[in-house]
Write a protein that binds this ligand. Structure first.
Ligand code: GSH
Length: 235
């Protein structure tokens, strides 16, 4: 997005984010799957917006700062660039055709679940308890459950060692679905994932057991919510 800090191109990439963020986590796992070295800069995006704003005007994580200082935002766009760097033979999304569509659509479905889970989660996390609007929470949770049911059906059809998108090795469909499943399990415990979507949870556990996932374990509980700004910041 911006070239705020032009750097020597020998520098490693820098990933700015938090491993609590599923979007950051899927980028980190993908970088590791593709042996792309990077430095990690941990930030609490809501608590420390000043650390993110210079790179992303919308102030969200992750941000990937390239060796020349160019900052990339939005996990799908970051992952697209990483795939470009490694080339089509190693990319985590197949280059074309129905193989590509399948992987992209599974990852898109998982991400849509994540976004809706985030809506439900933020309602309870950032609103004073007495003005949480439960119908909105239920609306989002219903969408999450419906999306997870589809992913669970896909996972139910897998034979041992197979991947969600039908690829020969792990793809972005698997990384994103597993990361999203683990994250929703943590932030929406009331959806009871282990009982309701057992095949998806088992699949996520299989992925979480891989070395590329184990480097970034999700904590078992969440830190307290950071304070929000009390006024509009127009800078
Ligand atoms: N579509 C974005 C979503 C990124 C996102 O929502 N990140 C969260 C952290 S998990 C964030 O920065 N939230 C802060 C906020 O929305 O204020 C992506 O794929 O990168």
């Amino acid at each position: 997005m911006s070239k705020t800090q032009a750097r020597n191109t020998d520098q490693p990439m820098r990933l700015i984010g938090s491993y609590l963020s599923p979007y950051t986590r899927r980028v980190a796992i993908s970088l590791n799957a593709l042996d792309q070295p990077y430095e990690f800069e941990a930030v609490s995006v809501i608590g420390e917006p000043q650390k993110v704003r210079p790179y992303n005007p919308v102030v969200r994580i992750p941000v990937l700062v390239m060796p020349d200082g160019e900052a990339l935002i939005e996990s799908f766009a970051i992952l697209d660039e990483i795939d470009q760097r490694v080339g089509p033979a190693r990319a985590l999304i197949p280059p074309s055709g129905s193989a590509r569509r399948t992987v992209v659509q599974i990852a898109a479905l998982a991400l849509a679940c994540m976004e809706k889970a985030q809506c439900a989660f933020y309602e309870g996390r950032f609103r004073p308890q007495d003005i949480v609007y439960l119908p909105w929470v239920h609306h989002n949770d219903n969408q999450v459950a419906s999306g997870l049911r589809s992913l669970n059906n896909l996972a139910a059809m897998l034979k041992p060692g197979e991947w969600l998108g039908g690829t020969a090795s792990i793809s972005q469909a698997d990384i994103t679905a597993a990361v999203v499943c683990s994250s929703i399990k943590l932030i929406r415990p009331s959806l009871n994932l282990a009982d309701e979507f057992p095949h998806l949870v088992q699949f996520a556990m299989r992925c979480e057991d891989l070395a590329i996932f184990r480097k970034f374990p999700l904590p078992s509980s969440l830190p307290p919510a950071p304070a929000l700004p009390t006024a509009l910041q127009q800078s």
